[in-house]
Design a binder for this molecule. Sequence first.
Ligand code: SF4
Ligand code: MG
Length: 319
Amino acid sequence: HLDFAEKIANRLGAHIREQVVHAVDHVSFDVGQGEVVGLVGESGCGKSTLGRVVAGIHPQSDGHVYYRDRDVAAVRAGEGAEAKRYALGVQMIFQDPFASLNPRLRVRDIVGEAPRVHGLVDEGSSLDDYVDDVMRRVGLDPAFKRRYPHQFSGGQRQRIGIARALAVKPEFLVCDEAVAALDVSIQAQVLNLFMDLRADLDLTYLFISHDLSVVEHLSDRVVIMYLGRVVEIAPTPDLFAAPNHPYTQALLEQVPRIDGRKKAFTPIKGEIPSPLDPPPGCHFHPRCPHAMDRCRVERPASKPVGAGRLSACHLNDTA
Ligand code: SF4
Ligand code: MG
C-alpha cells in the first residue's frame, strides 16, 4: 500500500539570479496511490521547483515532503533500502528528453544502466531481455536499441526518456512539461502512453503543465498554482465544469474547446509579476477582474468550496 503524502507546510527555496526567492510558499497537497494529479500554472509559478523537490533533485530550504508518511529529507539523508527505494521509486520525466539523454550512449545503455547498477535484472535472465521488455512497453522497437538518441524523432526520444525512468520500476512519476516540446499529434500519443502505463503498472503521477488542456484527460485532480501559491484544488471534472478561483477561470478561458463551446481567445490581462517581488495580499489582484480593496492587503486563505475542493479567494467569504 503506497501512502504517498506530500505536504509542504512551509517554504521551499530557489536561487534565482543570486537572490533567494521563495519559489513555493505554503503549498500543501497530497497525492494518493494510483492517482494522477495535474499541477498547472504559468511559467515562473514555482511548479517545476515543486516537482523537483518532490523528485528529490532540488534541495528544500525548509518545509517537508512526505513519501509513505516519511519525511523525504530524512529518508534521503540516510542510506540503505529506504533511501534507495525513494531514489528509484520516484522518477522524473522532463520536457526535453534530448537534453537529458547522454548523446554518446546507445539506447540499450541509457535504459539498461540503472537496472544493471542496482541489480534489478532477475537471475537467469539477461540485461538485453530486460531492456527489450522496457522498450516494448513504451512502444519502441527493441531492434533499435543499438542506436543513439539523435537517430530518433522527438516523440521517440521522449519514449526513451520514459523507458529510462520505467527501467528502475518506479511507483511515482513526476512529469514536468513532458509533452510540451512535441507536436500536438505526438502529444496525444505520448499522453495515451502515460495512461496505458498507469493502468498496467499502477503508477502514480504528478503531471506538471502550463496547459490545462494537457492535464484535462489525464488527471483525477488538478492543483492550480499562481506565483508560488496553490490557489485552487479540485477534482478535474468539477474544475472544468465550475472553476472557483478567478485565476482558474481565466486559465480556462484560454483553453480551446472542441465541444462547440469555443470561446474567443482572451489572454489574462496584465503581465505575470516577478516572483522576486510578488504583489501583496492576493498575488493575483493586479490581474483579477473581481479585485476588491481587501485583496490588495489581505492574503486569502485556502478554504473548502465543495467536496474535495479548496480555493483561496476572498469572494468565497462574500458569496
Ligand atoms: Fe481576485 Fe480578490 Fe479573489 Fe484574489 S482574492 S482572486 S484578487 S477576488
Ligand atoms: Mg517549468
